[in-house]
Each structure stands twice: as structure tokens, then as C-alpha cells.
Design a protein around this ligand. Structure first.
Ligand SMILES: [Zn+2]
Length: 176
């Protein structure tokens, strides 16, 4: 018998009791940059011009089919040339898509950085609102053309026009 003899003293119990003093430092996880987080978990990592190549942890294989590119602000972009979805690649090494983004503490940001972040968060809403305005403008144009041709609007058309007005008001609220 070659069993290791290190487990005689009920280490599990001792470990739990040892934590009772609330070793506060142990709860603070050091958050590294996305590349610091991901690269050590991959095999066959090679540095390339724009980033790295590595073996894909999702589908395996021996070739370096996973391309890792450094995006803006430390964000990582992943692409498996065998077609694995990013979720699967990250899941295989115990990470999530959120781990590809740099986590920044709002308190440590400068006012300029904070305002930049706020604007970045607003941009998708603004784009969506502009898309709504463009669509509803088309609805109005169609109605105008129909009326111009002497064709009356039926109830469905009128309801759609009212919906258009409500959507335009909503878009204005978003853009205000
Ligand atoms: Zn893959």
C-alpha cells in the first residue's frame, strides 16, 4: 500500500475551523485582465502579431485553431477556425463571455472615463430609437402617398398611424 499518509488528521474539519477566523483576504479574488485570465488556461499558446493562437479547448485537436485578438480597452476577441461558439470555448476552461471584458471599478474611473462609459451605454438605445424613427417615417410616407392618390385610410391604417405616433413619441423620449 502506497497511500499518502497526509490525511490522518481530518483535514476537512480542520480546514473549516481554520476559516472561522474569517481570513478576510481569501475572499478577494484578484481580477486580472482578460488575457491574464484566459491565456494560462489554454494549451499551445503562441504569440502572433495581433494577439495569440492556441489549441481550442472546446473541440480539442492539435492545431492552434483558436485565434485570440486584443481588442479595444483590453477586451479579447476569440475565434475558433473549426467553428466552435465562443461560449463553448470559454466554458471548456471555466470562463464566461463577461470574462473577456476588462472589469473596471467605477470609483477608480476619472470623470471623463465615467462619462465615456455612460455614453457608450446609451449608444445602442439611441441607435434603436433612430431605427424606430426611420421605420415610422416610412409608415407616414406610405399613408401620405395613399391619401395623395385619393385612397382613404381604413381603420387598420388609422390604428397603425396612431401606433406610429406613439412610437415616435417614445423614440423622442429616449433621444431627449
Ligand atoms: Zn474549437
Amino acid at each position: 500500500m502506497n497511500r499518502p499518509q497526509t490525511r490522518q488528521t481530518q483535514p476537512g474539519k480542520g480546514w473549516v475551523q481554520g476559516r472561522k477566523d474569517n481570513n478576510s483576504g481569501s475572499n478577494i479574488t484578484t481580477i486580472g485582465t482578460p488575457s491574464q485570465l484566459l491565456l494560462p488556461r489554454l494549451e499551445g499558446v503562441i504569440k502572433t502579431g495581433k494577439g495569440w493562437r492556441a489549441r481550442c479547448p472546446s473541440h480539442g485537436g492539435k492545431s492552434a485553431s483558436l485565434a485570440i485578438t486584443d481588442g479595444d480597452n483590453g477586451t479579447l476577441l476569440l475565434h475558433c477556425f473549426a467553428g466552435c461558439p465562443v461560449h463553448d470555448v470559454l466554458g471548456a476552461v471555466g470562463l464566461q463571455v463577461g470574462d473577456l471584458f476588462v472589469r473596471k471599478d467605477l470609483r477608480s474611473m476619472s470623470p471623463a472615463e465615467r462619462s465615456q462609459l455612460r455614453q457608450a451605454a446609451l449608444l445602442p438605445r439611441w441607435r434603436a430609437a433612430l431605427g424606430v424613427l426611420a421605420t415610422e417615417a416610412n409608415v407616414l410616407l406610405i399613408a401620405a402617398c395613399q391619401l395623395g392618390d385619393g385612397e382613404p385610410l381604413d381603420d387598420t391604417d388609422l390604428t397603425r398611424l396612431r401606433v406610429a405616433a406613439v412610437r415616435v413619441f417614445d423614440a423622442v423620449e429616449v433621444l431627449r
